[in-house]
Write a protein that binds this ligand. Structure first.
Ligand code: SAH
Length: 528
């Protein structure tokens, strides 16, 4: 038997998005079978072929006709939009074959040619809404009981899947999408981002970004795919983006700070994992196991304490200190700090003499007030400026303290391409290491010496370059403003000040001098 069935998904509808194999498959076919509209979409690739096009509801007869022709020895292409295995013709063709006892070894040949399904093509037009665990649900209840569809929407909603709704609405089926929205609003915030994509990569393409509450105010039809974000999906510049990970870190100045690459994959940053953030099994592990057992027993019902109700974890992080010059924590302050950290938070002492409090909380306002009432100075962390002063010999050399306070007010917490430490030391000893900060300022005989671009870690570490001596007090802040504004505007994301200085060779009027120690060996990464 030489006949062959080629089940071809031709993607969203544009020629560029048809795979090479799909084009070849169409070329090698004797006969093309498909829904009229689809046949027209790929007209360029099937010129001169015998075409059997039928109405939309005649899928079964299309599959039967295809099998019959293949059995007669023809090479038959059955076409589906998107991927033929996603609400397409692939399953149907197999069903017809199975009914007549077909076996691969001696039956007609079957090749399923994959295509880009609507969930992917539509997602690409919206930004990156899928990214994480996602599912597709067809709202068509012609062949599937509505009760089952509703259960799936409920389950997907509760389990925080990104959801692509196929066949959301047609001339006659208008209630399903309303009902779907009602179910999803039980589990997701009304402002959850939603994308509506009509005719992706076709002539009448139309993209709308809206939210769960307002999605029905827009046109939704047979050619629309509705993509519903999960609890972490956000909008940025009219793009729908679902982050890869779940944990959100935020600090005083910004709401959302994804984990930096080096922070990922550490057990303590994954409190939700099976290991519960620790090497030993934990309560969360037990909860996970219980959830799996519930699913196994098919007892799962979404209730208030369901593990699926778990929201994205948000960790609020903030640097705490007793003051700009004051380095002494009182006993009372330490008590407040330990209470704030509680069982789930942590207090870290960093190599840069910062104390960082991290607490899982959705609402940090109360915490901020409590800490401030205890006399703590709070500072954001991340890619911001951090002003660090010495203790001015316990206040004995106090002349420069007002400058430290002004610097703190002016620059501390300022968003920058990369973290930046501004160090101010009150005398020429510079024992708090200002010369090893990104910007080092040393007070000496009523004036300031300035150092720029220290590299504090790595085998090519070096101090900052002395760029100015004896800067008058009045000139200090404007000079720093200019330096920081320049770096803020022209520095690449993630480019530390020393790298920027090295790249541009001049900051304001200060020339870069190559003071990096020459080391031939590769710099050793941490742990090597
Ligand atoms: N096999 C197809 C799905 C067929 S079901 C695939 O894998 O994409 C038909 C539904 O698919 C439509 O109701 C719509 O929700 C979606 N769809 C298919 N092509 C689309 C396109 N170009 N733009 C938007 N949605 C599309």
């Amino acid at each position: 038997m030489n006949g062959k069935l080629l089940i071809v998904g031709f993607g969203p509808g544009s020629a560029e998005h048809i795979t090479e194999r799909a084009k070849e498959a169409l070329k090698e076919s004797d006969c093309i079978i498909g829904y009229k509209t689809y046949v027209e979409l790929i007209a360029d690739f099937i010129e001169g072929k015998e075409v059997i096009s039928t109405g939309m509801s005649e899928e079964v007869s299309r599959a039967q006709a295809a099998v019959k022709l293949a059995e007669q020895g023809k090479i038959v292409a059955v076409i589906s939009s998107g991927d033929a295995g996603v609400y397409g013709m692939a399953g149907l063709v197999y069903e017809v074959l199975v009914e007549q006892g077909w076996k691969e070894a001696d039956g007609v040949k079957v090749e399923i040619v994959p295509g880009i399904s609507a969930i992917n093509s539509c997602a690409s037009l919206l930004g990156a809404p899928v990214m994480h665990d996602a599912c597709t649900i067809s709202l068509s209840d012609h062949l599937t009981p509505w009760d089952l569809i509703a259960k799936r929407i409920e389950a997907a909603g509760a389990a925080d899947f990104v959801i692509a709704l196929y066949n959301p609405k047609s001339g006659k089926r208008t209630r399903q999408i309303v009902e779907a929205q009602r179910i999803l609003l039980k589990h997701r915030s009304p402002d959850t981002p939603v994308g509506l994509v009509k005719s992706a990569y076709r002539e009448r393409e139309h993209v709308v970004i809206t939210n769960l509450q307002e999605m029905l105010d827009h046109e939704i039809g047979m050619l629309t795919t509705v993509i519903i974000g999960n609890s972490t999906t956000f909008l940025y510049d009219n793009k729908m983006i679902t982050p890869r990970g779940y944990q959100r870190k935020y600090t005083l100045t910004s709401e959302k700070q994804p984990l930096k690459p080096h922070e990922r994959l550490k057990p303590k940053n994954e409190p939700w994992a099976l290991h519960g953030g620790k090497a030993e099994p934990t309560a969360l592990y037990e909860l996970g196991m219980k959830a799996l057992q519930m699913l196994d027993k098919k007892e799962h019902q979404v209730s208030e304490d369901s593990p699926f109700k778990q929201k994205a974890e948000s960790i609020f992080e903030v640097a705490v200190s007793p003051g700009v010059a004051n380095k002494l924590f009182s006993a009372e302050q330490l008590l407040v700090l330990s209470k704030a950290a509680g069982e789930k938070g942590s207090i870290e002492y960093t190599p840069h003499h910062q104390v960082i409090l991290r607490v899982p909380t959705e609402n940090p306002d109360q915490l901020v007030t409590t800490l401030q009432e205890a006399g703590f100075l709070l500072a954001p962390i991340g890619d911001v400026a951090t002003v660090k002063a010495c203790d001015f010999c316990d206040g004995e050399k106090k002349d420069a303290i007002p400058y430290a306070e002004r610097l703190y007010e002016k620059f501390n917490g300022l968003d920058l391409p990369k973290e930046m430490r501004i160090g101010l030391n009150g005398c020429g000893m510079a024992c708090y290491g200002a010369v090893n900060d990104d910007i080092g300022i040393v007070f000496r005989r009523g004036k300031f010496d300035l150092f720029l671009g220290a590299k504090t870690v790595g085998r090519t570490a070096h101090a900052g370059q002395p760029v100015a001596e004896g800067v008058e007090p009045d000139a200090l802040i404007p000079l720093l403003e200019n330096i920081i504004a320049e770096y803020r505007e022209k520095g690449h994301p993630n480019e530390r000040l020393f790298k920027y200085f090295k790249r541009v060779k001049r900051i304001q009027n200060f020339e870069y001098r190559d003071i990096e120690p020459k080391i031939n060996l590769e710099p050793a990464p941490c742990g090597d």
